[in-house]
Ligand binder design. Sequence first.
Ligand code: PHE
Length: 341
Amino acid sequence: MIDNIQRIREEARIRISSIEDLEELDRLRVHYLGKKGLITTILHQLKNLEDEKRRELGATINKAKDELESEISLRKNELRKLQIERELEKSQPIDVTLPGSVPLEAGSLHPITRVTHQMVNCLKRIGFSVVSGPEVELEYYNFEALNTPEHHPARDLQDTFYINKPVLLRSHTSPVQIRTMKSKQPPLQVLAVGKVYRSDYDVTHTPMFHQMEGLMVDHDISLADLKGLLGYFIKNIFGARPLRFRPSYFPFVEPGAEVDMQCVLCKGNGRECRMCSSTGWLEICGCGMVHPNVFKAVNYDPDRYTGLAFGMGIERIAMLKYGIEDLRSFFENDYRMLEQF
Ligand code: PHE
């Protein structure tokens, strides 16, 4: 019987190694190892044998069975690989350098990023460089050093997100003025750009928005420089337009002004214009000459130096430039809106 098994085993081994076809291999598996296969049948016959004989033969047969199983699966893998290779040989080679059939969607810059780049680049051309400061700021930089002490009524307008007094989210980019002046000596010509926070939410206000702030300090900076500078800026961003400087109050400048630009929609005639609420003017910026108290706070001598400062909302500029009516649409991440830029 052992001889018989060895013979079957040998014969199977030769047949397996010479088989060239997956289906044939499977038929061979059934022939030997299937329910009625040769090996299975012999295993069934074992039960008629005596104990000792059965143990001896059982071990041999099981070993043969295991070996056959693993040989079959090895051959199966070989044949599969061969099959894939043959198919690859038959098919056309792939040119991976050909352009794809589905065009790739190109991303684009967010409108706020775009406008920021334009605004900053325009001022870089006349000598400004960009500085930055933290969004999580101290009350001292956001208010006190900017001539806005604790109980000053001007704080109400911007008294906003406190993390833990005296730590707050900056309500404007002006604290960067203080940080810059504390670390550098005049002459200075810097821009601070970034996010600011206020607790407002409606069509023209969001709790987070962006500002760009400019600061210039030297021996002889004057209001004429401020006017010339903003005229140049507006001409660059919107084209030549009349501007008006309206006296206004910010604690950290004196004198202070708000700058209005002639309405881009009604061209200043103001007739039933929803863009400028029929006033003919669009407010774009706060500005003024640096207050002597601010210079004192940073240890600059107010008798030696003068300075100009201006600050504007970037969203506001983008809305006017692109005719966007709802400020909130910048932050809703609606592709239909963003794709247009
Ligand atoms: N920081 C002021 C604001 O956010 C704007 C401003 C900046 C005004 C610089 C004057 C000078 O309202």
